[in-house]
Design a protein around this ligand. Structure first.
Ligand code: SF4
Length: 477
């Protein structure tokens, strides 16, 4: 369809008129000599393998001898979109894998219902559960649960993308796109911290790069290292915002015969040697507000073992914070240099900590109209995916499919090649999808039989807009 020299792109509801030599609003489609072309190359696994590019195992079971199958699978990256899906998907490609006739349907799906789940490896208190997360001042998500050594954020979702003001939707879309394509995104958490999130990189909390993910909670740390402390020190307190551990009282200490010390902890005792809420959450020791760990100790009890000369180690769950004390005649802890033998135990905690990282999982619902580009009977595709007959991948990366209704999937964005995600200004994200299944099953679920083409033919004539196939990465270098 044209308007003057312009051509209308109908790959999304924006329906841009694109002037010659220009791209549409999303930069994904261009008017090249009077034809609409997808502006990114289609990604072929075999070409990437030939050039020594990064390959991620795809449908890993069954391909044993080569990095990529000889009959290389095409990915959805750069494939184009057939919104609103009244026509077959851009590429429906036949191939032979391990002697089996297979079909792979690829498309770039438009997701208004999508977001990212972010896991930030840190004990530092980023903000209260439920707190609004902002980017450039706009609300784009919220803080969810604290997991074991990590804080989770939920960003995006249809309400932020389309349910608020335009600026909120635009900022949410831009933030999701940046996160999915591996860029660093500064976030502000109401009532909490600023944090820079980048998939596969350490988080930066209030300007400080996080280094270590905790070895475990305070109780777990006691369990792991109690035997190593025995004979070197009389008491160990592992300071942690969630569970602070005390070795002399803890089950691990009891089992190995650790004597009582008369220590008192200001906190809520859960079970012996395990204390909740010794402090408010914060950026101090073990995710507490503590800068002086002695603040959590009450008076020592001589009737239960406290004595002058008693040696005390206090340490955080990452080993980043530690202090050594000896009780004086008044049973007051006095700071003292850390003995070398004990330093080795602190170093062991640090050694057992993993590197703090941010993990970004894209989550979207692929159970909508895009299914019509795969089959004339969409619910059969849903059932086939749920039954494990059809394998869903995103840019060649394995997806986790949520049980229950629909095709709701999650994918680790670091498993996709660079720039795999796009957007349209509705606003919505665009993500590559591939549905791979046996040819017979594809036909049985009402697949577009007439649109099935061999890979060679696709390379020769391209996809929906009958372009010359543009093969990765020739045209982008
Ligand atoms: S925003 Fe992009 S996909 Fe949508 S009509 Fe414009 S050029 Fe086409």
């Amino acid at each position: 369809m044209t308007s003057g020299d312009k051509i209308r792109c109908d790959a999304c509801p924006v329906m841009c008129y694109i002037a010659p030599g220009q791209t549409g609003a999303c930069d994904r489609y261009a008017n090249v000599e009077g034809r609409i072309l997808r502006s990114d190359p289609v990604l072929l696994l075999s070409r990437t393998a030939e050039r020594g590019g990064r390959i991620i195992p795809f449908a890993s079971a069954g391909w044993k001898d080569t990095l990529a199958p000889v009959d290389a699978i095409i990915t959805g990256i750069g494939a184009g979109t057939t919104y609103p899906d009244f026509k077959p998907a851009p590429f429906i490609v036949s191939s032979v894998v391990a002697g089996a006739d297979m079909v792979t349907v690829v498309t770039e799906a438009i997701f208004s219902y999508c977001g990212v789940k972010v896991k930030i490896d840190t004990d530092r208190h980023l903000g209260p559960e439920g707190a609004i997360v902002r980017a450039e001042g706009q609300a784009i998500g919220h803080v969810t649960t604290a997991e074991y050594g990590s804080q989770m954020l939920s960003l995006g979702g249809v309400h932020h993308l389309t349910g608020g003001e335009k600026a909120e939707g635009r900022t949410t879309c831009a933030s999701l796109l940046a996160l999915c394509n591996g860029a660093a995104v500064p976030l502000e958490i109401e009532g909490g911290c600023s944090v820079i999130v980048q998939a596969g990189r350490p988080p930066v909390v209030d300007g400080r790069a996080e280094v270590r993910m905790r070895v475990g909670c305070g109780s777990a740390t006691i369990g792991m290292f109690a035997a190593g402390w025995q004979g070197l020190v009389d008491e160990v307190v592992v300071v942690d915002d969630h569970i602070t551990g005390v070795v002399s009282e803890h089950q691990a200490g009891r089992v190995i015969g650790w004597p009582p010390t008369g220590i008192r902890i200001k906190g809520h005792r859960s079970t012996p040697g395990r204390y909740f809420r010794v402090s408010e959450p914060g950026l101090g020791w073990g995710g507490t507000r503590l800068t002086d760990p002695l603040d959590i100790l009450g008076p020592w009890n001589p009737a239960k073992g406290a004595r002058a000369g008693l040696r005390l180690l206090m340490v955080s769950t990452t080993g980043e914070d530690f202090a050594y004390y000896v009780l004086d005649a008044a049973l007051t802890p006095q700071p003292a240099p850390l003995p070398e033998a004990l330093r080795a135990t602190v170093d062991l905690i640090a050694e057992n900590c993993e590197t703090s990282l941010c993990t970004v999982l894209f989550m979207g619902g692929a159970g909508g109209s895009l299914r019509a580009g795969v089959t004339r009977n969409p619910v059969r595709l849903t059932r086939s995916v749920q039954a494990g007959e059809t394998r869903l991948t995103s840019g060649g990366a394995e997806c986790y499919i949520w049980p229950g209704g629909g095709i709701t999937f999650m994918v680790d964005v670091t498993r996709l090649p660079p720039r795999a995600f796009g957007y349209v200004p509705t606003p919505a994200l665009v993500a590559p999808l591939e549905f791979t299944l046996p040819r017979a099953a594809y036909l049985a679920l009402g697949g577009h039989a007439a649109a099935i083409r061999a890979l060679d033919e696709v390379q020769a004539s391209g996809g929906e807009y009958v372009t010359s196939a543009r093969l990765w990465p020739k045209e982008v270098e």
